[in-house]
Design a protein around this ligand. Structure first.
Ligand code: GTP
Ligand code: MG
Length: 368
């Protein structure tokens, strides 16, 4: 649409840059949280173990490790159940810090990897339908805000897991769902621990860290054998690799300040915190809503599709199969989201050589 009479349409797009206030010593860290859409149903249809399915959590962690590999600016990630939060380095200028671009890229990449890796983690189980993930950007104006955010998510993980563990033990022992809910209503942490211990002989603290604490990922320099020389000796190199760690308190200074890759790129935590301020939580839950009574149009656009089409040997300038695949995906979107009533797609074929010769950009559109 470059230089066309429709240029003004661009003004309908949201200005949603996460401002970089580094001069004021306010880094405004970008954080993206993704969350499985209706995973209560997804976990039921795919017969996940209750309350925690180890393979499902390992799949979630593996997808997040792939996200860290794909987006070098992501320094740290934390997740449990069907959610993961990804934190970008404070100086990041990824996609000009535009929230809509960043959150859609992370969620779509995550969902694609989830589907691709499904067989690896569930070799005997068919993927019955395609999962999707919602995502949102939370901007943290200082390391303290990030610390509060992480404490909030991990406290949610602790509370959720403890409740779910009690709930499913009660149900498995013969209680109905409403009886179990009634018994657990308004119970404190200590009471739930005692219930697990006295009724079921379970010491909550000995349950797997993966379930109780959630999982963290961050990049660490790791020595790796890259090849062997002519004498058969290993040739080693230092590589930045995502490592998986569990920790009781990821917002603790002792955890954070012990990892240079975290405090160098995200900042130091100056003191420990206990209860998370409700105002912080309210700001983390803030939702940007679209104006009522307006048409909602969502445009998706392949990222780095030059590379994708080269690697997958798409025919030039149009690969019929690839276009059919795009259309078929669009049909699936219309089927999945009932509120969507119309879809239209086209592909730009950039005549790279001509553009280089003439120093200008020529675009040819192919309507479908
Ligand atoms: P939305 O996120 O609002 O679309 O709904 P949701 O159903 O995904 O709920 P939410 O994200 O609040 O909670 C995640 C849900 O996923 C849990 O309530 C569980 O039902 C399910 N879930 C996640 N991990 C597991 C697991 O390991 N085992 C089982 N059985 N269920 C899980
Ligand atoms: Mg969910």
């Amino acid at each position: 649409m470059a230089n066309s009479k429709y240029e003004y349409v661009k003004s309908f797009e949201l200005e949603d840059e996460v401002m970089l206030l580094i001069q004021l010593n306010l880094p405004n860290l970008i954080l993206v949280r993704i969350d499985g859409r209706d995973f209560s149903r997804f976990s039921q249809v795919h017969e996940f173990e209750k309350p925690n399915d180890e393979a499902a959590l390992n799949l979630l962690n593996s997808c997040s490790a792939a996200v860290l590999g794909e987006f070098p600016d992501i320094i740290f990630a934390y997740g449990y159940s069907d959610e993961y939060s990804f934190v970008f380095k404070k100086t990041s200028r990824f996609y000009q810090r535009r929230a809509s671009k960043i959150l859609s890229l992370v969620a779509s990449f995550f969902a694609a990897v989830y589907v691709t890796k499904w067989k690896e983690f569930f070799p005997q189980r068919k993927l019955e339908y395609t999962p999707s993930f919602t995502s949102k950007v939370v901007s943290c104006a200082s390391p303290e805000v990030l610390q509060a955010y992480l404490a909030w998510r991990q406290q949610d993980c602790h509370a959720n897991n403890q409740y779910e563990t009690c709930f499913w033990m009660l149900v498995k022992s013969g209680m109905t769902i409403s009886e179990a809910q009634e018994l657990l209503k308004d119970t404190q942490k200590q009471q739930k621990n005692e219930l697990l211990f006295h009724k079921f002989g379970i010491n909550y603290k000995t349950l797997p860290e993966l379930f109780r604490q959630g999982s963290c990922l961050f990049k660490k320099k790791v020595e790796e054998t890259v090849k062997h020389d002519e004498n058969g000796n290993p040739v080693k190199r230092l590589r930045r690799k995502a490592v998986l760690v569990h920790s009781e308190n990821i917002a603790a200074r002792s955890f954070w300040n012990e990892h240079p890759s975290l405090y160098n790129d995200l900042g130091h935590f100056s003191k420990d915190i206990g209860r998370v301020e409700p105002d912080f939580v309210r700001s983390f839950q803030f939702e940007n809503k679209l104006l009522p009574l307006t048409w909602v149009v969502v445009r998706i656009d392949g990222s780095h599709f030059h590379r994708f089409s080269d690697v997958h040997e798409f025919e030039k300038p149009n690969d019929e199969q690839a276009l059919k695949l795009m259309n078929s995906c669009a049909v699936a979107v219309l089927q999945e989201f009932e509120d969507i009533h119309f879809g239209y797609g086209r592909v730009y074929v950039r005549k790279r050589r001509e553009r280089e010769n003439r120093g200008e950009e020529e675009e040819q559109s192919v309507g479908r």
